[in-house]
Write a protein that binds this ligand. Structure first.
Ligand SMILES: [Cu+2]
Length: 174
């Protein structure tokens, strides 16, 4: 029996399918465009944005982000809500963030983001801190997050208690 070209390809396909099943950790994530907002005002909160690209053929989900930069690190999105005829943008926690196969999840101002609640030290432009991204399939990814000036983050973030126009006086609070 001879293998023609077609049979060779189907054997190769079977082998590839077997390898993918046997090693689900092959899902690979590339994280770019990482940036955080300075922590401002009395809220001691900050926000991290990034683009997560899934280079594998397997859909995945970001389950959580971990780091000791803040007391709580949550995954959030924004939703439009109407209050007495006024439309406001509000933040809401999400259980996970889908990252499609060979696609990307964009965490952008006004949408999905990583929320830092109660930062342990004030975050100022030029600072950097680490976060670990935990996925359903892919291996954890360690990222370094630079803190940018508020204007550089192009923030459209809503009412989270911050006062973007004014930095807290030095020596005050915390
Ligand atoms: Cu938020």
């Amino acid at each position: 029996m001879r293998f023609g070209r077609r049979e060779c390809f189907s054997l190769y396909g079977l082998l590839a399918a077997f390898i993918m099943q046997a090693t689900p950790a092959l899902a690979e994530m590339t994280v770019t465009d990482i940036r955080a907002r300075p922590s401002l005002g009395a809220a001691h909160n900050s926000i991290v944005w990034m683009t997560i690209r899934n280079t594998s053929a397997m859909p995945d989900r970001l389950l959580r982000a971990e780091g000791d930069v803040a007391n709580r690190v949550e995954l959030h999105t924004h939703v439009m809500e109407s209050h007495g005829g006024r439309v406001v943008l509000r933040m809401r926690p999400v259980a996970d963030i889908p990252v499609p196969a060979e696609g990307e999840a964009r965490l952008e101002p006004g949408g999905l983001h990583v929320m830092l609640i109660g930062v342990r030290h004030p975050l100022r432009p030029g600072d950097r801190f680490g976060l670990r991204l935990i996925f359903e399939n892919a291996s954890p990814v360690e990222i370094t997050v630079p803190v940018l000036k508020l204007s550089e983050t192009m923030t459209r973030h809503g009412r989270d208690g911050s006062t973007p126009a004014r930095l807290p006086p030095s020596g005050g609070g915390n």
